[in-house]
Design a protein around this ligand. Structure first.
Ligand code: EPU
Length: 316
């Protein structure tokens, strides 16, 4: 249901200047599209996040937790209820030496992946170079098991701190985590009654002390390769589709389908990397939806391959 006055009063009283109403999500997504969130809250710490999640649940309000908005297509009519944005808050990163050169790094969910990679480089820690250049937040990267052919979050994550829908916190060991290709299944922690999901608060990574100069050189090479292959001059959500099983990458398939440069409204398939759909200016979410449908249909007809979006669509 839409936010009523009592709910707005609660949000104002509890979260002060951390809440904004009718906030355009185009300001908070890397695609730069998306209608308004009825309420947009940036909690400053885990306690405030818990108060928000529990208070919303008690009032029957939907509460969608987002990271940096880098893998999100928000529809043009926006998002009912509350959006809790962690990118920009809950950003601390700390290290603790374990044994025999192993170092545990704990990063809060709102920390940028770029900040986590930079932290590891400064400390001469190996294990995260696959992630150099991955946009978004640590929480978002864990939630989707972000990665590249060189590695993924599930390879280095040792444990997870989550907020359950009840407001209680839980620590999960890596053995309890069901990572898949670009996925982490936390459905078992959802509230069956309301469907409210558990929220990732922090991740603990197992890294190893190494040769700082060599690690830095490798990171620079990864970044250079990325920049040579991927478009950075227009807003995008990174790779739009997951690579399907079978060996051929989504980018190659979309290119072979003849879709490079294809344009619908302001949404354009990149000439440089066909798995990037760019906002070439003034695009709407509808443009992206139509482009997604066109790409999927064309690829299905030409190659009998079903492309699954990596980008998550939310809102109405
Ligand atoms: N290719 C084409 N045409 C294209 C794009 C790619 O023929 O338009 C070919 C390339 O020549 C290459 C193969 O496809 O032979 C794979 O391309 P690339 O090395 O660019 O890797 P990718 O599989 O397209 C993956 C990740 C990227 C990540 C790169 C880093 C997925 C879905 N994508 O891309 O992640 O940056 O590896 O090498 O796993 C993201 O998830 O948002 C993302 C960008």
């Amino acid at each position: 249901m839409p936010l009523d006055d009592a709910s707005k009063d609660w949000l104002r009283a509890r979260f002060g200047d951390r809440v904004r109403f009718d906030e355009p999500m185009s300001r908070h997504t890397s695609l730069r599209v998306g209608g308004p969130a009825e309420a947009f809250v940036t909690p400053t710490d885990a306690d405030e996040l818990a108060a928000l999640v529990v208070g919303a649940r008690r009032r029957g309000l939907a509460c969608l937790v987002v990271g940096g908005g880098t893998n999100l297509l928000v529809l043009d009519r926006g998002i009912r209820g509350i959006v809790a944005a962690l990118g920009g808050a809950l950003t601390s990163i700390s290290a603790e030496t374990a044994h025999r050169g192993q170092v545990r790094v704990t990063a809060m969910a709102g920390a940028r992946m770029a900040a986590l990679c930079a932290f590891a480089l400064r400390q001469g820690l190996a294990g995260l170079n696959f992630a150099v250049g991955i946009p978004g937040t640590v929480g978002g990267a864990i939630a989707m098991n972000a990665g590249t052919p060189d590695g993924c979050i599930g390879d280095v994550l040792e444990g997870l701190r989550v907020l359950l829908p009840s407001g209680a916190e839980r620590h999960l060991d890596r053995r309890e985590l069901a990572f898949g290709y670009r996925s982490l299944d936390l459905n078992g922690l959802s509230d069956p009654a309301t469907g409210a999901a558990a929220v990732i608060i922090a991740g603990r990574f197992a890294l190893a002390s190494g040769d700082a100069a060599a690690i830095r050189a490798q990171a620079a090479a990864v970044m250079q390769r990325r920049k040579a292959r991927q478009p950075y001059d227009r807003p995008s959500a990174g790779c739009f589709f997951k690579n399907p099983p079978g060996g051929m990458s989504a980018g190659e398939i979309i290119e072979r389908a003849g879709l490079k440069g294809k344009r619908i409204g302001g949404a354009v398939v990149s000439e440089r990397h066909a798995n990037f759909i760019l906002n070439a200016g003034g695009a709407s979410a509808e443009d992206f939806l139509q482009m997604m449908a066109l790409v999927r249909q064309t690829v299905a007809e030409r190659f009998d391959i079903v492309l699954e979006p990596e980008v998550r669509t939310v809102g109405s």
